[in-house]
Ligand binder design. Structure first.
Ligand code: ADP
Ligand code: MG
Length: 415
C-alpha cells in the first residue's frame, strides 16, 4: 500500500479545453477516496492519469514517495477495475483470477494460495470453475475486483465499477466493497457520478466540476459545510433548495418573509444585497406536525410523493402571502450551469422540495405552512458561489489543507 500525491496536475487533450485543471491532492496510505462529479467533469481522466494510461500536460504524480509521472502503467504497481469488467470469456473464474500472476511468473503454489484467499474474501469459492457467461452481473463484478486484488497492488483504481448493475445489486455490492476495503485496506481511488455511492464509500470525497477540484473532505464535512453552491447542490439527495434572499440588518428575507440569520454566519458585508440561501429538504417540516411557532414559509403543494417513512413535497411559495413574485429559485442543469427561475413559475421549475413527516395531510393544490430550521441554513455569495463563513468571508479554508496539517505526523527531527 502507498499514498498517492497529485501536484498541480493538468491534462489537455488536443483541441479540447483542459479535462483536468491544476488538481492537487494527497491520498493517504490505506485511504478510500471517491472522485465524484457530473459526467465530463474529468473523473476518468484523473484516474487514468494516476494509472499511467494518460500523461499529464503539467504537474507531478507520486505513488508513495516515488515520482511516477513518466512511468508506464505496469511499472506503477496499480490495479484497475472498470465498469465493463473486462473478463476473459474463455477462461474460468480461477483462470481469470490467476492470469495476471501467471504472466508475472509467480510460483504455482503462490498463485493457488492467493487465488484461494481472494476467492474466500469475495465469496467466489463455489464459482471458480465457471466461465464468465455463467455468472450474474454481481458475480462478474466480484471476479473483476478479485482480479485486481489478487496482485496485492499498492493502489486500487476503480472507475464506476457498479454502473452496470441493477439498483438493488448496486446497493448490495456497495456494502460489500466497503467490507472488502476494511479487510484488505488497500489505498483506493473510486470514481462515480453517484453522490450516494460517494457518501457511503469514501473516507473522503473529492468533488470535481469542469476538471477542477471543488472540495475534498469527509462525507459529513462536505454535507455540512459545502465549500460552494455547486457542491451544496450536488451532494445530498434530494438536492438542497437554493433561493434568493436579501440581507437586512436583523435577518434574511425571502420575498416578504423574514427569516432569522443563521448562527455562525456573518452577513454584515452583504447587508442590502441578495445572497443565495440554501435549505436542505429535511430542514423543512409541515407546521401541523410541530408544536411551537418557528420561522415558516406559506406554500402551495405542487406534488406529493409518499415514500413510507417520509413524504416528499414539491411546493411553490404562495405569492399572496409571501410576496414571492420577485424571488428566484436557483437550479443546476444537468450540464452544471446555474440558472434562476421565478418562484411563482409554473411547470415545476419554481418549486422547493421539502421532506416532511409521513403523517402529513398535505394534498396537491392545498396550502401548507412549512417551518424551516435556520440551523440548517447555508448562505452563498451570489457572484462567486462560495459559502459565506463565520467571518463573513466567502472563501472557506480548504479542508485538505486543514486535514493535512492535522494529519502531519510528529516526525522525529532527523535531518
Ligand atoms: P468523466 O469521467 O468525469 O465523465 P472524463 O474524464 O471522461 O469525464 O472526460 C473529461 C473531459 O475530457 C470531457 O470533456 C471529455 O470529452 C474529454 N476527454 C476525455 N478523454 C478524451 C480523449 N481521449 N480525447 C479528447 N477528449 C477527451
Ligand atoms: Mg468517466
Amino acid at each position: 500500500m502507498a499514498s498517492v500525491t497529485l501536484r498541480g496536475v493538468s491534462k489537455a487533450f488536443a483541441g479540447e479545453v483542459e479535462a483536468v485543471r491544476d488538481v492537487s491532492l494527497e491520498i493517504r496510505d490505506g485511504e478510500f477516496i471517491v472522485l465524484v462529479g457530473p459526467s465530463g467533469s474529468g473523473k476518468s481522466t484523473l484516474l487514468r492519469l494516476i494509472a499511467g494510461l494518460e500523461r499529464p500536460t503539467a504537474g507531478d504524480i507520486l505513488i508513495g514517495d516515488r515520482v511516477v509521472t513518466s512511468l508506464r502503467p505496469k511499472s506503477r504497481d496499480i490495479a484497475m477495475v472498470f465498469q465493463n469488467y473486462a473478463l476473459y470469456p474463455h477462461m474460468t473464474v480461477r483462470q481469470n483470477l490467476a492470469f495476471s500472476l501467471e504472466i508475472r511468473r509467480v510460483s504455482k503454489e503462490e498463485v493457488g494460495r492467493r487465488v484461494e484467499e481472494v476467492a474466500r474474501t469475495l465469496g467466489l469459492d463455489a464459482l471458480l470453475k465457471r466461465k464468465p457467461a455463467a455468472l450474474s452481473g454481481g458475480q462478474r463484478q466480484r471476479v473483476a475486483m478479485g482480479r485486481a486484488m489478487v496482485r496485492d497492488p499498492q493502489v486500487l483504481l476503480l472507475d464506476e465499477p457498479l454502473s452496470n448493475l441493477d439498483a438493488a445489486l448496486r446497493v448490495e455490492m456497495r456494502t460489500e466493497l466497503k467490507r472488502i476495503h476494511y479487510t484488505i485496506g488497500t489505498t483506493s481511488v473510486y470514481v462515480t457520478h453517484d453522490q450516494v455511492e460517494a457518501m457511503t464509500l469514501g473516507d473522503r470525497v473529492a468533488v470535481l466540476r469542469g476538471g477542477e477540484l471543488q472540495q475534498i473532505a469527509t462525507p459529513l464535512e462536505i454535507y455540512r459545510r459545502p465549500a460552494n453552491v455547486f457542491v451544496a447542490a450536488f451532494i445530498g439527495s434530494p438536492s438542497m433548495n437554493l433561493v434568493e434572499a436579501s440581507v437586512g440588518s436583523g435577518g434574511l428575507s425571502v420575498g416578504d418573509v423574514d427569516l432569522p440569520l443563521p448562527a455562525g454566519v456573518d452577513l454584515r458585508r452583504y447587508e442590502g444585497r441578495t445572497v443565495i440561501l440554501g435549505i436542505r429538504p429535511n430542514d423543512f417540516e409541515d407546521a401541523a406536525m410541530v408544536s411551537g411557532d418557528g420561522p415558516a414559509l406559506e406554500t402551495i403543494v405542487d406534488l406529493v410523493e409518499e415514500l413510507g417513512p417520509e413524504v416528499h413535497l414539491d411546493v411553490r411559495l404562495d405569492p399572496a402571502r409571501t410576496g414571492s413574485d420577485e424571488v428566484g429559485i436557483l437550479r443546476f442543469s444537468s450540464r452544471g450551469e446555474l440558472s434562476t427561475t421565478p418562484a411563482i413559475a409554473a411547470g415545476g421549475q419554481g418549486t422547493l422540495r421539502a421532506i416532511v413527516d409521513a403523517r402529513t395531510q398535505a394534498r396537491r393544490g392545498d396550502p401548507i405552512r412549512l417551518t424551516v430550521d435556520p440551523r440548517g441554513f447555508h448562505v452563498f455569495d451570489p457572484e462567486t458561489g462560495l459559502a459565506i463563513g463565520p467571518d463573513g468571508d466567502a472563501s472557506p479554508p480548504h479542508e485538505a489543507e486543514a486535514a493535512e496539517a492535522d494529519a502531519a505526523p510528529a516526525a522525529p527531527e532527523t535531518s
